[in-house]
Design a protein. Sequence first.
Length: 429
Amino acid sequence: MANVTVVGAQWGDEGKGKIVDWLSNRADVVVRFQGGHNAGHTLVVGDKTYKLSLLPSGVVRGKLGIIGNGVVLDPNALLEEIARVKAQGLDVGPHNLRIAENVPLILPLHSAIDKAREVARGENKIGTTGRGIGPAYEDKVARRAIRLCDLAEPETLSAKLDELLLHHNTLLAGLGAPTFQKQDLLDQLLALAPRLLPFSEAIWERLDEARHNNSRVLFEGAQAVMLDVDHGTYPFVTSSNTVAGNAAAGAGVGPHQIGTVLGIAKAYTTRVGSGPFPTELFDDVGKRLGERGREFGTVTGRPRRCGWFDACMVRQAVKVGGIQGLALTKLDVLDGLTELKICTGYMIDGQVMKRLPAAAAAQMKAQPIYETMEGWTTSTMGARSWAELPATAIKYVKRIEELVEAPVTLLSTSPERDDTILVSDPFAG
């Protein structure tokens, strides 16, 4: 069985949705293994655009989708998303979507505490989406989370909510925010139970069966390596481990089953929210990248910060994330730029560094060291072979390979799923 794990190699929003959708045509099962509905994938299929936050991208291809235990699940967000894609003609139900019985649930109080904390931070806010992701992960680690399987035991929910509210209402009151009533939450959970439980199962058993049947499994990550809670630009990170190693824990499989690790990176760099961004551009080129790349967050709608390709950061993501090959997206956005720059290192307090340091203050001081390359004026839009690319575009891609120390195995030249150059099939192992 040849499996593939897909992770972002920058700060998210690299175009993972298209790549996972494209790869899912070769897969039997697609598994989402971390994150919540703070992540978004945009899939363009013909004249339809699907915006997914929780649903594994494979549902668009009619494949079995699995939401793993490493995800934190907002029940209402999931049900709304299912209704939205059904209105677009997709068939989604318990027959093709399964959810880990031990997945933690995001409740309204999680979003409330998330937003209240961000307000309290004032100018020091970290740019959270306010969707309750962090607080839900906190409850999981603190062993007070309400999980999907708990909905099948209504007699225990009241006591579990007592413990949950003891913690959260104390925090909310301290932040001057409205508190929650247990009965309201209990009623909501009991109403959700019959709608959610048909999707629930021990997905580790399902995936073990897939292994025995030699089925191909695609593990789909959210966010990106540089937003990993341990290895990213902390504290401006997400609340879960986004590296490929978490695919095993977040789905209930052995580490040897995650297969080939494919990292997704744009041909330039973007970031949503706060945090360090050494190659960020504030000039006309940065504006051009944002406009041509349609750089707005799938979930938040916030404009993305744009800058030159940071090979030093992607190399770090390759090493930390175990990335064996890169899918380079949005090459066409660079069309028409006669000069391109690639960051090959940083100057921090007079010292040259080839990595982003762990300390937040040092990260903010990082100044990019650039290598300048010739751009191209002919179009790469829609190219499906190397022969259709300008020589300088090929040179740019090859230089990225050298600097990040990983081969480019896929190259995307438009939002359309078939405008992709395949160098080597990740499922070939």
